[in-house]
Design a protein around this ligand. Structure first.
Ligand SMILES: [Zn+2]
Length: 100
């Protein structure tokens, strides 16, 4: 099986990351430490058949995030990412910034 056949859409991460984070992680932005590109996780390239799940930068192929589930724990390795940005749920009385 070639690497193109094993490659999944970033939305495939929603299930596993959804077990860990209470937010929609496919919409979370992640910044690549390799090329500084910022993309939603749902747009990145995902491989599920590695030991665990590997998310690679769609621009440079750098490994952004690795998630392994086993022995009662989740393991997140994300040294290939500079940061991860998630939308905070709006709370009552909080003004929302819509970018305008
Ligand atoms: Zn990159």
């Amino acid at each position: 099986m070639g690497s193109d056949e094993r490659r999944l859409d970033g939305n495939a991460v929603g299930g596993l990351l959804g077990e860990i984070f209470p937010l929609d992680m496919t919409m979370a932005n992640i910044r690549c430490a390799g090329c500084n590109a910022v993309e939603p996780i749902g747009a990145e390239t995902v491989y599920m058949d590695a030991p665990g799940m590997v998310i690679r930068c769609m621009h440079c192929g750098n490994v952004l995030l690795t998630v392994v589930r086993g022995e009662g724990h989740y393991w997140l390795e994300m040294r290939g990412a500079t940061w991860l940005q998630m939308a905070a749920p709006s709370s009552p009385g909080e003004s929302t910034y819509d970018g305008t």
